[in-house]
Design a protein. Structure first.
Lengths: 219, 219
DNA sequence: ACGTGAATACTTGTATACAATTATACAAGT
DNA sequence: ACTTGTATAATTGTATACAAGTATTCACGT
């Protein structure tokens, strides 16, 4: 399920990160030829990587190459609106369907996150946060949750990392993860759903606070 | 935003439909060479089509080719669980952000749907149903909703079509679409959200009834 | 100065060739 | 009968060649 060994995949991951972290700013135009030359490979794997980025809606064909779209703060807020509504469900399913070993795997990410929070390493915190959520999607018992939530969660990694640079926010996030893993370990889908819903809600607040956005209501 | 002209895209659409409708049953193995020969094209576009199908999780690399996964009834039920939670939000946004022309475009699909319901043409009903929902995603004001909901809605088209073969269910669905477009035209996000949420809920019931599934609760 | 049109360069889509990996079949030894 | 090793076949990953379409440039006429 998770092999990223081919050149195409490597290039995809690299470009995805570069786009999400602004190395290639919005509006920049990427062409197969230039990328293949700068990366020292042929057009074929570059082309496949661009196809994947296009499917993720991070770039767009603009006639003279692929234009970088990237992720706006507004996109991120909308992603949280969606996550608030379905991550709890995924967590509830996970509480019921995951094996004990899988729950231990999730627990491990919380412990590592605690370690990195004590060190103030926001990059590593973000990594464990990513793993925590992705494992819950993975063990939710249906690929539908995984496939739907993974791209959303991946796309906001830059914003998540920035939030984690504030100690108080990193502490809050960790505390919420602890409540979630506790609910999962006690096999309580209701508690897991509630804890995850609250986590998503708070994470959105933290994002809004970090970037001084009006949280507001949807309508 | 919507150009599907290249061979890759044509092959993708054809294979996607064939997989979703069971022409290629679950477990069947597709190889680039065989497909390229049977379609009379080179491996390159076939390869790209397979990459897209893999990203949509409809096929999976199994070492000796790509194995067809397809969509199970359980997947479809999970997709409805997700749609129930976020389609209402998309509709609410649409009520606020869509232009009058765009709303007319949506209304048009309801009128065509009514025509096809009177004829009992389930294929055409499904097509207009698809268009109705996809336009709402599209005019929801954020690509995030579109990108998230489109693959989910596409994947269950076979189940939607089967449901629409029963006159009573087609009538119900049409009536619900009418309520939604009415709310959209009155620019009422709350009514639009409520009407869409109810529609998704009922559509799930109709699916469950059609295939004799326990609707149950999530947990 | 401005529009028009042709030539040019750029970019992608597709086909094909080749290399490398992996699966398969089959034979030999225990 | 079962494993092991080897040869063979199948399959994909990557590079490259070529064609077609599209944008750009620049010269020319007005």
């Amino acid at each position: 399920m998770y092999k990223n060994v081919s050149l195409s995949d490597q290039i995809f991951e690299r470009l995805e990160e570069d786009i999400l972290f602004g190395v290639y700013p919005k509006g920049e135009i990427l062409t197969e030829l230039k990328l293949s030359e700068s990366l020292g490979v042929s057009r074929t794997p570059v082309r496949e990587a661009l196809k994947m980025l296009e499917q993720e809606h991070l770039i767009e064909d603009c006639g003279k190459g692929m234009m970088v779209l990237g992720i706006t703060l507004e996109d991120a807020m909308n992603i949280y609106e969606i996550r608030k509504r379905i991550e709890g469900l995924a967590a509830a399913r996970c509480a019921v369907t995951a094996t004990d070993e899988q729950l231990q795997e999730i627990k491990e990410t919380v412990e590592l996150q605690e370690f990195y929070v004590s060190r103030g390493d926001s990059e590593k915190i973000k990594e464990q946060d990513t793993l925590f959520h992705e494992l819950i999607y993975k063990y939710s018992g249906s690929a539908v949750f995984y496939d739907t939530l993974i791209p959303l969660h991946r796309k906001i990694q830059k914003f998540r990392k920035t939030s984690m640079e504030q100690k108080s926010k990193a502490d809050q996030s960790l505390a919420e993860h602890k409540r979630i893993i506790e609910a999962l370990l006690s096999r309580d889908p209701f508690k897991a759903e509630a804890a995850m819903d609250e986590h998503a809600e708070h994470a959105q607040f933290r994002l809004a606070d970090t970037f001084n956005v009006e949280t507001g209501k949807d309508h």
